[in-house]
Structures are given as structure tokens and as C-alpha cells.
Design a protein around this ligand. Structure first.
Ligand SMILES: [Zn+2]
Length: 289
């Protein structure tokens, strides 16, 4: 692989179009949970499969985290999008079925959570195909949304998402409003619902024996989330949450997330929507594909 380092916008997508959020709302909130389970620990480091304590961090999803997150959504009467790797759907089918039954959106999050790598095109496409097959066979779902495992993407993968019927992506960090990707051959690609690193619970809420990252509690997280939300709201953007049951399904973190979401849910000027709902609104209101 040679690298084209010539100066150009590395994301050729045009600017986000202007459109109003539904019902006169000023901004949108997109609640996304990545149900990585053990794939977060074995997808990019296969040797971890023989480290039961390391993988038990992800095992928390099926034993506790998913159910607690579903309780939270139920308590607050909210609908969310759950990005589920195919491996998770196969290994923990019984834990994932209640997500479907509760009426939440199921979206694609790879198969074994391998970070997409442009030097391994076959592997990247296989992750998409196996993920689609697992969501269909285990959960009866054909997803329209995709969040890249480990948050990476490249032109051939964007084109493959479109080819396989994945109509929105929620991975890029380069905007605060949805926009449509432009594929390398000039055709329109998936709609991007960009994520915000400030709303990724992994950054503040998980550590492990061999990794000395600090944990941050309510006094750090709530002001940070409130401030980022207030700014995004003021600018009419979408606050996209990147949450994980193995992080936010922990007791302390559940309480922090509960209080943050309850504050937003109590407002009447925020549209709380799933990725599929945001996609549908974009396609109905913004520049057509
Ligand atoms: Zn993930």
C-alpha cells in the first residue's frame, strides 16, 4: 500500500445542509449504545480470548449491563439505538433479544469488532457480511445504521456500506450536524450522524488491571456533558452519545447517565431520536441523495 499524502480535504463530503429539526425542536439527541461485550477485548487482540478476567469486563454486558440499560430507557421512556457486533448477537442472543422486544433500534457494529483497516479489504468486507448475517439470523433484524468498531473508516468501506444497504454511519467526528458522504466515484454515500468524543463514556469510565487510566465520577462528567450539550443545542446540532453497557451499565455510571438524560428528557426543545429516525428526517428534509 502506498499512501497519497497530497493536500486535499480527506473527507470529500459536502457541507452539512441546513434543515430544521422536527416539531420546532432546536437540537437533537441521539442515544447510541455499543454492545461490544467481549469483542471490545478480543477483536483487536485475539490473545485476550484466553484471559478470562480481561474479557470479563465485556462479559458484564450480558450478565448485568444490557438489562440495566434497558431498565434505564424504560424508566425514562426513551428509545435508543443499540450497535451490536455480530459476535455479540451470536454469543449472547438471549441477552440481546429483550433489546429488540423493547422496540429499540438495532444497528451494525462489525462482527468481531475488528478495527477497519484499508490494508485488509477482504477482512473489512467480511466483518460487514458476517455482522449482517448474525443480526438477521439471531435477532431477525436488517439494520440500516452502522457504527465502525474502534471508530475507523476508509473510502472502500463507505462504498461497501451503501452496497450492503447500510444507509447511515455514526462514526465520524468532523461535524455537529448530519451530512451525506460522497463516495470516491462521486456517488452519494451513507448519511453521517457524527459522534462527539466528549460523549463517549469509554474515555472516562473504564479502566483495567494493566491500564492505569483514571475513572471520573459525577463531579467531572455531569458538568462536561451539560456544557457540551448546551453548546451543541445552541448551535442546533445533534448530541450523539457513544455509550457502552459495560461502562454506563455500572452502578455509579448508570446514576450519572440517568441524571443527564432525565434533564434533557424534561425539556421540550430537544428531539430525542434514534439513528433511523434521524436518517428518515434527513432524507425527508435535507438535500435529497
Ligand atoms: Zn464498539
Amino acid at each position: 500500500m502506498t499512501y497519497d499524502l497530497s493536500p486535499r480535504p480527506l473527507n470529500p463530503a459536502p457541507s452539512a445542509p441546513h434543515f430544521d429539526w422536527p416539531h420546532g425542536k432546536k437540537s437533537a439527541l441521539f442515544i447510541g449504545f455499543d454492545v461490544d461485550a467481549e469483542t471490545a477485548w478480543i477483536g483487536n487482540n485475539h490473545a485476550n480470548v484466553d484471559r478470562m478476567v480481561t474479557t470479563s469486563l465485556g462479559g458484564y454486558d450480558a450478565r448485568v449491563g444490557i438489562a440495566k440499560i434497558l431498565d434505564l430507557m424504560d424508566v425514562l421512556n426513551l428509545k435508543a439505538t443499540f450497535f451490536i457486533p455480530g459476535w455479540t448477537a451470536e454469543a449472547h442472543t438471549a441477552a440481546c433479544e429483550p433489546i429488540v422486544r423493547a422496540g429499540h433500534e438495532i444497528a451494525h457494529h462489525g462482527y468481531l469488532h475488528k478495527c477497519p483497516d484499508r490494508n485488509k479489504l477482504d477482512e473489512a468486507r467480511e466483518e460487514i457480511d458476517r455482522g449482517l448475517a448474525a443480526l438477521k439470523s439471531r435477532l431477525g433484524v436488517t439494520p440500516v445504521g452502522y457504527r465502525a468498531p474502534s471508530g475507523e473508516n476508509f473510502p472502500e468501506l463507505l462504498a461497501y456500506l451503501s452496497e450492503r444497504g447500510l444507509r447511515y454511519s455514526s462514526s465520524f467526528r468532523d461535524d455537529i450536524r448530519p451530512y451525506r458522504h460522497k463516495l470516491a466515484d462521486g456517488r452519494p454515500g451513507p448519511v453521517e450522524i457524527p459522534v462527539n468524543y466528549a460523549f463517549d463514556d469509554w474515555n472516562f469510565g473504564i479502566t483495567s488491571r494493566l491500564d492505569g487510566r483514571p475513572l471520573f465520577g459525577r463531579d467531572t462528567i455531569l458538568p462536561l456533558w451539560r456544557e457540551e450539550f448546551a453548546g451543541t443545542h445552541e448551535w442546533g446540532g445533534v448530541s450523539t452519545l457513544v455509550l457502552h453497557p459495560q461502562v454506563s451499565g455500572r452502578p455509579m455510571r448508570w446514576r450519572i447517565l440517568h441524571d443527564f438524560l432525565a434533564e434533557i428528557a424534561a425539556r421540550d426543545d430537544v428531539w430525542i431520536a434514534t439513528g433511523a429516525e434521524i436518517l428518515a428526517h434527513y432524507e425527508a428534509s435535507a438535500a435529497p441523495a
